[in-house]
Write a protein that binds this ligand. Structure first.
Ligand SMILES: [Zn+2]
Ligand SMILES: [Zn+2]
Length: 309
């Protein structure tokens, strides 16, 4: 095992994901702007955290063949910028303006356990959002029209910490709308939502990163690079590890897998340009095969080709 005997690398292997996650959460809590603007403070901090991990991937990449070139970095910058500054905020504003007044007028009883300690409320908000996201994610792999939009996220042939953001706007709306409806009805505080966003986003950034990190023991709770690569695995007859952040629902519903993914992508595994990543919703279906069998009852087919890992 190449890491044995190297204390620093071994500590990084086992400790980076839990320590970095806790550090970002504590940094958010310590920032003076957090009490007045918890969501905005979280958004800026997450951008800084994403940049730090993106830089780290270049210093100590897990896979040499996934180190980004100039074209990859342009694509990554595009996805993070449009997700963080355009798709995310526009969708949020649309939902707040159009749906929130209707839900508020219905006067649902307040169900949120506001007396719980903050961390417990943050975890509860994350679990609620993840349950909805898990169900929608499975549906996106089973319903052809939804898969065509979700295929944009799976079109990546390398994973980097920026590629959590590479989702078609229709997919983002499909996931965020039911979460927004449920969360608005339950009525958590903004600070609970912001904390859950930090825990969730840091996990998805790390899960898409090209870092060599252990899936034990943190993989019992949160998804990791190895476990999320399995979800993106090329040639997988069955998809697995649908949880974006938590893996508890995969374990409960039998879609959890520790199988190593040597290649990621869709179709024949060819690199797909940015324009086609955005047009995958069927316009170019003739030239790009986005079909993936998603029968969870079958065994998994290993990838066809190997790489120079
Ligand atoms: Zn997926
Ligand atoms: Zn992903």
């Amino acid at each position: 095992m190449p890491l044995r005997g190297n204390v620093f690398r071994t500590s990084f292997f086992y400790g980076f994901q839990p320590l970095f996650t806790v550090a970002v959460l504590l940094a958010w809590w310590a920032l003076p702007t957090r009490s007045d603007a918890p969501l905005e403070t979280a958004a800026i901090l997450l951008l800084v955290a994403n940049l730090a991990i993106y830089a780290l991937e270049h210093v100590t990449p897990d896979r040499a063949d996934w180190v980004t070139d100039a074209s990859d970095r342009k694509t990554d910058a595009f996805w993070v910028a449009v997700r963080v500054f355009i798709f995310g905020p526009v969708l949020q504003v649309l939902m707040v303006l159009s749906i929130e007044p209707i839900l508020n007028s219905l006067n649902f009883p307040t169900l949120w356990p506001s007396s719980w300690p903050l961390f417990a409320r943050i975890v509860l908000a994350l679990v609620v959002a993840e349950l909805v996201a898990f169900a929608v994610h499975v549906a996106m792999h089973r319903v052809p029209i939804l898969w065509r939009y979700h295929a944009t996220h799976h079109a990546q042939t390398k994973l980097t910490s920026a590629r959590w953001a590479s989702s078609h706007p229709i997919e983002i709306a499909t996931v965020q709308l039911p979460i927004f409806l449920l969360v608005t009805v339950l009525g958590p505080e903004l600070v609970d939502i912001a904390g859950a966003i930090i825990l969730g986003r840091v996990t998805v950034i790390i899960a898409h990163s090209n870092l060599r990190l252990s899936s034990t023991p943190i993989g019992w709770l949160l998804t990791t690079p190895d476990l999320h690569r399995r979800h993106h695995m090329l040639g997988a007859k069955n998809q697995a590890n649908f949880g974006d952040v938590l893996l508890v629902f995969d374990r409960v519903f039998g879609s959890f897998s520790r199988q190593e993914a040597l290649r990621v992508g869709i179709g024949s595994g060819q690199k797909i340009g940015l324009r086609d990543q955005l047009r995958l919703r069927g316009i170019v279906m003739g030239s790009i095969d986005t079909e993936i069998s998603i029968d969870l009852s079958d065994t998994v087919t290993p990838p066809v080709e190997n790489t120079n890992r």
